[in-house]
Design a protein around this ligand. Structure first.
Ligand SMILES: CC(C)(COP(=O)(O)OP(=O)(O)OC[C@H]1O[C@@H](n2cnc3c(N)ncnc32)[C@H](O)[C@@H]1OP(=O)(O)O)[C@@H](O)C(=O)NCCC(=O)NCCS
Length: 286
């Protein structure tokens, strides 16, 4: 990637992260060092940046981009953004890794054989909504999985999500125990309710990415091996996040030999961003 063009991408990422600093306020409070790359989604398919990125993209993606005529489909833009973000986060060390996906769709950075690198295994996660494309990665060897999730808050206000509708939405994705923890203290003010429902939904998605399964939300969303939303409970969101994994989600945590999952979230009125970190160690049976 030509360095002048790469600098445009890196600068744009820094600017976006600064602009949305309130949504990533948790960055300084995490138990592990995490790099967060926030790209404007539209940047990936801008002719200047795309031209610059093209030679360093995987061959299949280059071919797909050449076949497709502008405006390119968003899907390809997100694939390009992923590679740009890895380059921003890892710099030249990015050449030592290939981006692949598990059969369930979890992104993985695999070390290329015979390429020297300063770092060992890296956990990575992606999320996108509206014009935000966010990547989180950590090199902490204690982390077995990472999940990041963004919600464009105005999306939850459209389509009649106010008040009673938000409560119905919450009831659908929460288990009985999460509902019992949430419903009695649920805010009556629409904006405050949107914030807490979005936080719980987003934290659930982030955890499903950290355990690598994703969610089965019905209507064709998710894979057969994805876990049901009701198996990832967010029992508390303030002053700190408390997860309670159940059923297949807990089975998955045990299979990964993970002892605990930690969650964080913040918002700036436009975007709400959450992150989940899954740590190595033997899980406690509750
Ligand atoms: C993983 C999941 C939680 C995705 O959530 P999402 O809100 O649709 O999308 P996000 O942009 O936040 O995340 C998508 C990214 O998650 C990652 N992902 C996909 N499957 C994953 C898995 N099993 N484990 C970890 N990460 C995964 C991918 O990097 C994906 O990026 P891509 O779409 O560019 O390939 C998934 O279970 C899913 O499809 N859920 C349904 C979402 C839904 O129904 N939304 C509408 C209701 S508001």
């Amino acid at each position: 990637m030509r360095s002048s063009h790469f600098n445009i991408i890196r600068d744009a990422a820094h600017q976006e992260r600064d602009r949305h600093a309130a949504s990533c306020a948790w960055l300084g409070a995490l138990p592990s060092a995490v790099e967060l790359v926030w790209l404007p989604r539209s940047l990936a398919l801008e002719p200047q940046t795309l031209d610059a990125a093209l030679p360093s993209l995987p061959r299949k993606l280059q071919a797909a981009l050449r076949r497709s005529t502008p405006p390119h489909h968003h899907y390809l833009g997100d694939r390009v953004a992923e590679h740009m973000a890895v380059k921003v986060a890892l710099g030249d060390d990015g050449e030592a890794y290939t981006l692949t996906h598990s059969p369930m769709g979890q992104p993985r950075l695999m070390r290329r054989p015979n390429v020297a690198s300063h770092h060992g295994p890296i956990c990575i996660s992606f999320t996108h909504d509206a014009d935000a494309h966010i990547t989180a990665l950590t090199r902490d060897p204690a982390v077995v999985g990472i999940g990041v999730d963004v919600v464009h808050l105005p999306r939850l206000s459209r389509g009649g999500h106010a008040g009673a509708h938000l409560m119905r939405f919450a009831r659908r994705f929460m288990s009985d125990i999460e509902w019992a923890a949430f419903q009695p203290g649920a805010p009556t003010d629409d904006l405050a309710l949107r914030r807490v429902v979005a936080a719980r939904f987003s934290l659930m998605e982030a955890a499903s990415k950290a355990i690598g399964t994703g969610l089965r939300l019905g209507m064709g969303f998710g894979r057969p091996a994805s876990v049901l939303p009701q198996t990832i409970n967010v029992m508390q969101i303030v002053p700190s996040v408390e997860y309670l994994l159940d059923g297949k989600a807990f089975e998955r945590q045990k299979a990964l030999r993970a002892s605990r999952i930690e969650g964080f979230w913040a918002e700036d009125g436009e975007y709400l961003v959450s992150i989940a970190l899954l740590y190595r160690g033997v899980a406690r049976v509750i």
